[in-house]
Design a protein around this ligand. Sequence first.
Ligand code: SAH
Ligand code: SF4
Length: 339
Amino acid sequence: MIARSEIETAVAELGAASYRARQVYQALTQGLAVDFEEMTVLPRALRASLGARLTPRTLEPVEDWRSPAGDTEKTLFATRDGHGVEAVLLRYPRRATVCVSSQVGCAVGCPFCSSGRLGFTRQLSAEEMMDQVLHWARLLRPEGRRVTNVVFMGMGEPLLNADETLRACGLLNDPEGFALAARALSISTVGVVPGIERLSREAPQVNLAVSLHAATDDLRDRLVPLNRRFGLDVVFAACARHVRATRRKLFFEWVVLPGVNDGEEQVAAAASRLRRPLYHLNLIPFNEAGGGFRAPTRDEVESLRRRFVAAGVRCTVRRSPGGEIEAACGQLALRRLER
Ligand code: SAH
Ligand code: SF4
């Protein structure tokens, strides 16, 4: 979508009344309009002159995939400068969750992640993140359904793009606009401490998930290279402050990599940090994405879960849908467009 400031400037320069800018903004975020012609609340002449100056969408859908079961859909979009961005819709009986990309590629470089192996290209703007959500909202509308949750777990590290990610949360949350509750939003991070601190202060109701994956610094340095800058002690200190400030549940993620991070030493080290009120561990079965790692069997995941529970950790297995269309959250990588 177009930035509100751009709408306001255009409306003012065209000599139209300032309330027209609000109507455009609401036509985009509530009416889900894709062009000005649909904005019939505006006079015809204003629609035409706005259309001549501004393009409402920042992203063009290029290609779609749907899982055989129909519960996961993925779309590849092209940005105006020709980069690929992917977003996923996860359908549940009573929820529809959109998994949003926050960057083109990712600079963190986790070796098991396709975004990481791609490297970093550029930040996405809040409007580009919004457009991923609006796309699915439009698709769901004829079914009488809405987007109920948004998770920043697509391509990129959202807290290395904290300004735009927080602005996107504000846009999603805006009662005059898309009006999705902050509690329906989740940000997943590898533990960018200044970003966590901003979240505690500026968006305390947004859910936080910390990608842990390993509980000793030597292994985590390898699996999550940013651990060399924000090691386990400083990440967990930030987590403790976050929970104190927000009084909300804090989620940790552990991508299950058999033979790598499912040994007794890891379970014991993780348990000693995670046995705290409000801490919750989600196991994510690794979806084959290369990098020399293999996907766990169901039994391997279940046995790891039981060992965490036996060690006193609240632990569940997260459904990791869309593996067959490479649409599992965090597995997004664009190939076609960049090629
Ligand atoms: N950069 C952020 C958010 C995007 S990744 C982060 O790392 O937290 C979202 C989640 O998907 C992370 O927990 C990540 O470790 C996980 N993930 C990445 N690649 C995966 C894969 N191939 N299979 C399963 N989970 C994966
Ligand atoms: Fe980046 Fe997250 Fe992938 Fe690591 S797992 S490379 S932080 S997107």
